[in-house]
Design a protein. Structure first.
Ligand code: ATP
Ligand code: MG
Length: 201
């Protein structure tokens, strides 16, 4: 019994120490500004995370916009829901780039979508923006990295931007405030399971 009590006390003391450290960090975080978030890596969950943040923002009555740089030929669950809630969407005209494989038309389509993104980045009324799969456009050279970095730097102070996609460029990671890398541990597709409506798209 006495032994149990000591364990409890030790637990309590440890938790109090953790709480003090967390409280100290919360008190120290005083800056208020919009964020650039990058979600990259080879695992599943990047777009899901981006759309989760948009859903969170919509729940707080924030104004949101989504650009999708790569779209499949299938229907889009997130768009079906979020457009009804007033989220503006801009979906790149071509399908998967690795399906079209036409550099000229892909560049044109990416540039058209990027020009809408630039407009949003200059619009103070938009609180949270998702650039889904933008990293590929930079990798392929369809969208200029310097232009992206410049537009992000000049955006309204309280505006947040989420960028998703594999292999985010080093400079994009540098300018971001929060960067997460989703690691692939395993994926159902690798064992022959089809992409599932409502879970994968
Ligand atoms: P999600 O949209 O599910 O969050 P994601 O944005 O992290 O996925 P993408 O590379 O954009 O990943 O791929 C989109 C599609 O590919 C989704 O249907 C997803 O389930 C699937 N996918 C993601 N990661 C993997 C993987 N490591 N292996 C196989 N398929 C994957
Ligand atoms: Mg994705």
């Amino acid at each position: 019994m006495a032994d149990e009590q000591t364990k409890d006390e030790r637990y309590k003391a440890r938790q109090q120490k953790v709480k003090a450290q967390v409280d100290e960090k919360i008190a120290a975080a005083q800056e208020e500004k919009g964020l650039v978030l990058v979600v990259t890596g080879n695992g599943k969950g990047k777009s899901t995370s981006g759309f989760g943040t948009i859903a969170r923002a919509v729940g707080h009555e924030k104004t949101c916009a989504v650009a999708q740089f790569i779209k499949g030929t299938w229907e889009n669950g997130e768009r079906n829901l979020l457009e009804k809630l007033g989220v503006e969407f801009c979906v790149m005209a071509t399908g998967f780039t690795w399906e079209t494989q036409n550099k000229e038309s892909d560049t044109k389509a990416a540039q058209e979508t990027w020009s809408t993104c630039k407009k949003w980045l200059a619009d103070e009324s938009i609180d949270v923006i998702l650039f889904d799969e933008l990293t590929y456009m930079i990798t392929y050279g369809y969208v200029d990295l310097d232009e992206v970095i410049d537009a992000l730097a000049k955006r309204p102070k309280m505006q947040s931007v989420i960028i998703t996609g594999r292999a985010a460029h080093r400079r994009l990671i540098e300018v971001a405030d929060t960067v997460s890398e989703v690691k692939n541990v395993k994926h159902a597709f690798e064992s022959g399971v089809k992409a599932l409506k409502g879970v994968d798209w």
